[in-house]
Design a protein around this ligand. Sequence first.
Ligand code: SF4
Length: 76
Amino acid sequence: TYVVIDNCIECKYTDCVEVCPVDCFYEGENMLVIHPDECIDCGVCEPECPADAIRPDTEPDMEKWVEFNRKYSEMW
Ligand code: SF4
């Protein structure tokens, strides 16, 4: 899965949301998040993010971000 990290805070762009083929972005408290079970790992959103906030969970130490993204995707 891909996840959104805190670089997203205060970013006003939603280019990532528009390109996602499965519509798995959700609004968190002050940033967007990706539902980790809905993301199909296509990678299309990553280069669209001007804040470099979208990362694959294969990067080191991403476990907490996966849980964060899950929590806020399911919150509302
Ligand atoms: Fe959506 Fe693909 Fe980005 Fe996952 S990697 S959030 S499916 S655009």
